[in-house]
Structures are given as C-alpha cells and as structure tokens.
Design a protein around this ligand. Structure first.
Ligand code: KIV
Length: 309
C-alpha cells in the first residue's frame, strides 16, 4: 500500500498508520454525509404552501394530491411526501357509506379535517366545504370556512362551481383563506347532472368551464380541480391559466393529479372508472389477514405463550 513508504521514517507500524488515515477518512465521510442528510431532511419537513404549488407549476414539476380523512392514513401519506392532502367530502362515500357526497355535515368534515391536521407535518391540508355550507350566501360560506379553519387547523378550503359561487369565493378570500376551485364533474350537483359521466364534451359546456376557470383565477383561487373532463380541454385550460390545475380523470396535462386514496389502494372494490390506477388490492389483502386472525382465535392458536403476560 502507498502508506508503506512512511514506515521507515516514522518507525510506526504500517497498520497503525493505515488505521489513523482510514479513521480520518471515515470521520470526514460521516460529516459530509450528515451534512447532506440534514439538508435533505430539512427539505423533507418543509411545509408546502400555496406559493410552493405555484412555483411547481412554473418549474414544470407535477403536483401530487390524495384524499385523507383520518390520522393514521394521513400520517402515512404525509411521510410518503404527498404535496396536498384533501379532506374531501368523498368521506361521505368511503368513510360513511353514503351513496353521494350530499349528506356529510360541516361538523363531520371538521372532525375528519382535525384528525388529518394532527398527523401532517409537510402537506398542505385542503378541506371541502360540504354541500349546504356555502351555497346559501357568501356570508354562510365565510362562516363555514371560519369554523373549518378555527376548529380543524386546516390550511385552505375547496368548493365546487364557477360563476355561481363567485361571491362566496371572493368573501372567503377576503378573510385571508386560500381557496381551491373545482370544475367539471362536481359531485355535489349529481342530481342536476343525473350521471357521473364525463362533463364538458359539448362546446357550450366546455366554454363555460374555460370561462369559470379564468374567473376563479381572477378572483384569487390558488388552484382548480378539473374532474372528469376531456383531456384536450384540461390541456387548454391548464396552458391558459397561471395557477395550477389538479386533474382527476382529466388526463395527463393537468399540473397535478388527485385520486381518492381508498380507490388507489384498492380498499374500495366496485368503483372502476377508466382514470383510476389501483396500486394495491388492500380489500383482499386485509380480508385474507383478518381471515387468518379469525382462524387463529377459533383454533386457540392466538394468543400463544409468548403473546401473554
Ligand atoms: O371529495 C373528493 O374526494 C374530491 C376529489 C375527488 C377531488 O373532491
């Protein structure tokens, strides 16, 4: 080894010299590693703001968004690095088993939102204003928003609609609360639409959506969800807006994507729209695990000697 040349001059054994040199190198590497690790950890725990989302659009980085309704799931999604957690009124379907999003109440949304906020260190938490909590008047909308913000600690609200809810959007924003819009398939209007099929295929509806998107931007919304509309319309709207769009069934040209977490994980089974990519089949995985547990309890295999005090 190269260090051997030192031996005649120092009289110290080669192994000892090597030991100190290697130790020095090791220490240096550790300091360097920790420095870079710290940098990335700091980056990791930085809280996402609406300004970060705008910067992501400007820099061409896609925004990731998922729904969350409870503490445990929100913790996992936040640690995984999701940018936005939406406490969606889809809780009405996936958590409460209702057929539509209409029955969920403001109190129930606040309960879900507060649970999510307690778990989150990094993601921006957006809460859906539930049906009936903002359509009455802009004053009602502001009162509902203030309750959500005060009682849950969330960071922003989302509401469905364009020009019809313009006054409410304006009033909520004037209180300093960031607002996310939602256009296209707006599930709170399901009884008006009659079906959950793709929206804005006809020119008149596409034009109205385009104008509504621009109105929401002018009013000051920080982002807009585009649900189940043709990919070409998503592209046109997204390219013409400065603020980010988040698509669900809107194709690849939205500035970000959102899915209902229970759909992505395969906890829900029957819901199979074309836009859904399932990453797991948790329904069957959990069912199998619970089946094993039931078997073990019945056969007295559980608990074992080691699993008792
Ligand atoms: O409530 C919800 O989950 C939503 C998403 C589908 C965007 O609004």
């Amino acid at each position: 080894m190269i260090f051997n040349i030192l031996q005649p001059f120092t009289g110290i054994a080669t192994d000892v010299i090597n030991y100190f040199i290697i130790r020095r190198l090791w220490h240096f590497c550790n300091v360097e590693c920790l420095y870079y690790l710290n940098m990335s950890v700091q980056k990791e725990i930085k809280r996402i703001t609406t300004h970060n989302l705008q910067a992501m659009k400007t820099q061409g980085e896609k925004i990731s968004m998922l729904t969350a309704y409870d503490y445990s799931m929100a913790r996992i999604l936040d640690e995984a690095g999701i940018d936005i957690l939406l406490v969606g009124d889809s809780a009405s379907n996936v958590m409460a088993g209702h057929e539509t999003t209409l029955p969920i109440t403001l109190n129930e949304m606040i309960y879900h939102a507060a649970s999510v906020v307690r778990a989150v260190k990094r993601a921006l938490v957006v809460v859906d204003l539930p049906f009936g909590s903002y359509q009455g008047s802009s004053r009602v909308a502001l009162e509902s928003t203030i309750r959500i913000m005060k009682e849950s600690g969330a960071h922003a609200v989302k509401l469905e609609g364009g020009a019809e809810v313009g006054d409410s959007v304006r009033r909520i924003l004037s209180a300093g609360v960031p607002v996310m819009g939602h256009l296209g398939l707006t599930p709170q209007s399901i009884y008006k639409f009659g079906t959950y099929t793709v929206r804005a295929k006809e020119e008149a509806e596409a034009e109205k959506l385009f104008e509504d998107a621009h109105l929401l931007q002018e009013l000051g919304c920080f982002a807009i969800v585009l649900e189940k509309i043709p990919a070409a319309l998503t592209k046109r709207v997204s390219e013409s807006l400065i603020i980010p769009t988040i698509g669900i069934g809107g194709g690849r040209d939205a500035d970000g994507q959102v899915l209902v977490t229970h759909d992505l994980l395969g906890i829900t089974k029957e819901f199979q729209p074309r836009f859904l990519r399932r990453y797991l089949n948790l329904f069957d995985t959990i069912k199998e695990a619970v089946g094993e547990y039931i078997k073990d309890v019945k056969s007295r295999d559980f608990p074992s000697e080691k699993e008792q005090y």
